[in-house]
Design a protein around this ligand. Structure first.
Ligand SMILES: [Fe+2]
Length: 211
């Protein structure tokens, strides 16, 4: 059976972003393409179990493959979420999102300050999610694409804080980069993600009713 397991890069309107240069964003985009290429390469590897006779948790082909696979695919997904909520700025958090922010983070200004502080504390990513176990908002910090993620927590707002995301424009001034990011947020995208989560929860509840 011929299965196409390759993924293709998405395009983003970097010209719409203010105070982060095209050069910075284009260089960043090249890293994203690199993750796609590596994932496609890994994903085309054999899935014949007999091709991995020496699988070993210290060093083996299978171990390298599995570590590279999650690193590359998480890298692709996080960058897509990031570029999507960074481009084509739109105002503002929806009524539904504001209600959750006010409930879980006191108020909007406090949420933004908390999010910025988390972004200063991490080495890779800071992500606002809504978690299905409690239906509450979380700000998750990750030191790498595949380190610190919480399974099944639904990403709403994603910020890349790796140095490569801002060094060309901001040097080591991460605070200035974070402030520029906040001003560029495409809230329509964030609101839509929350709506997708709420729709998913709703249909799960409906399905349970008829089981
Ligand atoms: Fe990045």
């Amino acid at each position: 059976m011929d299965i196409n397991r390759k993924i293709a890069p998405k395009r983003y309107d970097f010209k719409s972003v203010e105070n982060i240069s095209s050069d910075q964003l284009q260089q960043h985009y090249k890293l994203y393409i690199g993750y796609i290429n590596k994932f496609n390469e890994i994903n085309s590897e054999s899935r014949n179990a007999s091709d991995y006779p020496d699988s070993n948790p210290t060093y083996s082909k299978m171990r390298c493959l599995k570590l590279g696979e999650s690193y590359a695919l998480d890298g692709v997904k996080l960058h897509e979420l990031y570029f999507e909520n960074l481009t084509n700025h739109s105002c503002c958090a929806s009524k539904e999102l504001m209600a959750l922010i006010n409930r879980d983070f006191i108020n909007y200004d406090n949420f933004i300050e908390y999010f910025k502080n988390a972004a200063l504390a991490m080495r890779g990513w800071v992500i606002l999610t809504i978690d299905p176990l409690t239906d509450s908002l979380l700000v998750i910090g990750c030191d790498a694409h595949d380190v610190g993620a919480i399974w099944n927590s639904y990403p709403l707002l994603v910020l890349d804080v790796y140095e490569h995301a801002y060094m060309i424009d901001f040097g080591i001034d991460r605070k200035a980069y974070i402030n520029a990011f906040i001003k560029n947020i495409n809230w329509n995208v964030v609101n839509k993600r929350l709506q997708q989560y709420l729709n998913m929860k709703n249909s799960q509840m409906q399905m349970r009713k008829y089981q």
